[in-house]
Ligand binder design. Structure first.
Ligand code: COI
Length: 355
């Protein structure tokens, strides 16, 4: 039996939407009028409400500030043909959130609480969903440890919050990536598959070094030998070869199980591409480039959607990749994905949830 949760709704007296939409939207800088909040106290979810978006007050001793018990998700809402809000694969993000929670020793957020909170919030802030091409309402659910204590332990109290932000594309231009062969993102048995805040914090310094050398992102490799491709900074990666073949690193405990990755694989198969999910050696991709067999490389992610990669740097050599055009797989796949997310074509995979 599913438990129902009562959500208190406190609306803002002054919407900031019109002012926010009068400026050019970028990724993640402006936030919608409301946020969803729930607290986990004494083993129960309580204080469940939608509130006007505002700063939150926390004791400086809260465990999240010291030992980083924090996880998050990224999902998106779109406007359908009749202006109705549509969520893209929310159940998959909720499941992944709870896997991250388990790994970080945090409580599960009941699926119905998560979904009800999401729906209440998006319904209230539906005017914040931009409809221009490439735009959407980015949804950021997160959970933090709120015990006021300095001992190293799993917190007993948590706060779960959902905020939303009208966004444009995460990357404006094709991405230049550098294959990282010294620093490590994730090792077997670690937290690589989880969306834990620490995974991103520890990636910043290596990414900054790559940025100084003229690259936008890292292409992470395995922690043992630095020979196999894992994922890029904010996305999973895929490589399109001649003869309608796509290769991508197979999932493991060191790779995020991307919802966009999974969607692109399903769409690729529908478009008659053969997708090989494998332990993917960097040398294999470099050979494909040298043999003129690599047509495209791109990243997949909620924020990034499908982001073309224009250059791969490895061992001091910059390999420029071919430009994409309207016949490229990534361009056609993004267009199909976009039509599904906006309710403009048949949703044969049942990915879209109407609010
Ligand atoms: C997403 O794609 O939603 C992410 O969480 C990546 C990011 C850290 C912006």
């Amino acid at each position: 039996m599913t438990k129902s949760f009562e959500i208190t709704i406190n609306k803002t007296a002054h919407s900031r939407q019109k002012e926010a939409f009068s400026k050019e939207l970028v990724f993640g800088r402006v936030f919608s009028d409301h946020m969803f909040i729930a607290d986990f106290i004494d083993g129960e979810w309580t204080n469940i409400s939608v509130e006007p978006y505002a700063k939150i007050s926390l004791d400086p001793s809260c465990l999240v500030f010291h030992y980083g018990q924090a996880i998050f998700e990224g999902m998106k809402a779109y406007k359908g043909p009749n202006q109705e809000p549509l969520l893209f694969r929310p159940a998959d993000n909720i499941k992944r959130f709870n896997k991250s929670a388990e790994r970080m020793c945090m409580p599960r957020v009941p699926e119905e609480l998560f979904m009800d909170g999401l729906k209440a919030l998006i319904e209230l802030d539906q005017d914040w969903i931009p409809s221009a091409e490439g735009h959407s309402l980015y949804i950021r659910p997160f959970m933090i440890a709120t015990d006021e204590y300095l001992g190293v332990k799993a917190s007993d109290k948590y706060r779960f919050i959902i905020i939303t932000s009208p966004v444009a594309a995460y990357y404006k231009d094709p991405v230049k990536v550098k294959v990282e062969t010294y620093y490590t993102r994730a090792a077997e048995g670690g937290t690589g598959f989880a969306k834990s805040a620490g995974n991103y914090a520890q990636s910043l310094q290596p990414a900054k070094e790559a940025y100084k050398q003229g690259y936008d992102q890292l292409l992470w490799t395995d922690a043992k030998e630095h020979k196999f491709i894992e994922e890029s900074g904010t996305m999973n990666v895929m490589f399109v070869l001649k003869n309608k073949k796509i290769v991508t690193p197979k999932l493991s405990t060191t790779i995020l199980n991307g919802v966009t990755r999974n969607s692109v694989i399903q769409l690729a198969e529908k478009m008659d591409y053969e997708v090989d999910q494998k332990k993917l050696a960097v040398s294999e991709i470099i050979d494909h480039i040298k043999n003129d067999n690599l047509l495209e490389a791109f990243g997949t992610g909620t924020a990034a959607t499908i982001a073309p990669i224009s250059l791969i740097a490895h061992d001091g050599i910059d390999y420029e990749l071919p430009n994409t055009d309207k016949e490229s797989f990534s361009v056609k796949c993004l267009s199909l994905l976009d039509q599904i997310r906006r309710g403009q074509t048949l949703d044969e995979f049942n990915w879209v949830v109407k609010i």
